[in-house]
Design a protein around this ligand. Structure first.
Ligand code: TLP
Length: 344
């Protein structure tokens, strides 16, 4: 049975050019700072984000959490949108690794209102944890891949900076945001003090995310990466695929976005589904079932070769990526409609 895997863009497999580059990669011991391919990737990544330096991490989670560790001290407060990945999906790492307290702000399609943010930042008082860091997310995963404009990013960062907070941007899918807006990712990253992006999602590298920021910040982050066991050795083998990802995989993201829109259109033809098409800006489609249980539905689809994730009792998430073609989208939509019809 052919599998159409729409669970995530993390399921993408490396391209032949990546495999080739990995096999040929020049390597050294990166903990000694001697891996030329890692150094090349970190420099490339920093330049793409408009920052001074980069740090290759094993995962997006590691890059985000190393950023939080580097910006904060135990007992500080970190402000996030209420469904931010850093809070929602990183296994409680804020508490476990940094000992910080999250303060959540309700967003609209993943975007905080600057006034709500300003109200959430409490003044210095012995009863309150010191607010130290604002985390933003672009694109916003749980809101359905929604894009934050450079203008809103700037306003939110200004509110934080005026009150003495640092700003970290979880840009796991920042290239999807930039492609959607037709802008340079540097415009999206500029208001933030640090930014991380993933090579292992739509860009299809097998492993890796890069944290970028000032040279001084990255130096301290490098030590924190070592603390969490992320000091890799001949990591050039991984970095080589990341270089190919940055060089060859960014522009094609527009195709994934077109596929997501097609999928959203096909599903919204059917009253069994409810899709908020305004949120379908990049490669994620959130879809509510008007009947039946999402978890049971996911199991039925899997039995027919269509893999999707349930992200709530009546909600499923579909993610397009380079390993699903237009014909796969059409086939998946047809199977989804058929299976949803059986809940009658
Ligand atoms: N997201 C994964 C899952 O963890 C949910 C996915 O399939 O979408 N920030 C954002 C916005 C992310 O979406 C993710 C991964 C991460 C950080 C963490 O990256 P990894 O999985 O490399 O730790």
């Amino acid at each position: 049975m052919r599998i159409i895997d729409l669970r995530s863009d993390t399921v993408t497999v490396p391209t032949p050019a990546m495999r080739e580059a990995m096999a040929r990669a020049e390597v050294g011991d990166d903990v000694y700072g001697e891996d030329p391919t890692v150094i090349r990737l970190e420099e490339m990544a920093a330049a793409r984000m408009g920052k001074e330096a980069g740090l290759l991490c094993v995962s997006g989670t590691m890059a985000n959490q190393v950023a939080v560790m580097t910006h904060t001290r135990r007992g500080d407060e970190v402000i996030l949108e209420e469904e931010a990945h850093i809070y929602y999906y990183e296994a409680g790492a804020l508490a476990v690794l940094s000992g910080v307290q999250p303060r959540l702000v309700k967003g609209q399609r993943g975007m905080m209102d600057p006034d709500d943010l300003a109200r959430a930042i409490r003044p210095s008082n012995i009863h309150y944890p010191p607010p130290r860091l604002l985390c933003l997310e672009n694109t916003h995963n749980r809101a359905g891949g929604t894009v934050m404009t450079p203008a809103l990013t700037r306003v939110l960062a200004d509110v934080a900076h005026e009150r003495g907070l640092a700003v970290h941007l979880d840009g796991a899918r920042i290239f999807n945001a930039a492609v959607h807006l037709g802008c340079d990712p540097r415009e999206l990253a500029a208001p933030a003090d640090s930014v991380m992006f993933c090579l292992s999602k739509g860009l299809a590298a097998p492993v890796g995310s890069v944290l970028c920021g000032s040279r001084e910040f990255i130096e301290r982050a490098r030590r924190n990466r070592k603390i969490v066991g992320g000091g890799m050795r001949q990591a050039g083998v991984i970095a080589a695929a990341g270089v190919v990802a940055l060089e060859t995989m960014v522009d094609r993201l527009a195709e994934d976005h077109a596929h997501a829109r097609l999928l959203a259109d096909l599903l919204s033809e059917d009253p069994l589904f409810r899709v908020d098409r305004e949120t379908v800006q990049t490669n994620i489609v959130l879809c509510w079932l008007t009947r039946g249980d999402a978890f049971a539905y996911v199991r039925r689809l899997a039995a027919r070769g269509v893999k999707v994730n349930a992200t709530g009792p009546d909600r499923i998430r579909l993610v397009t990526h380079k390993d699903v073609a237009r014909a796969d989208i059409e086939e998946a939509a047809a199977i989804m409609k058929e299976e949803a019809g059986r809940f009658a």
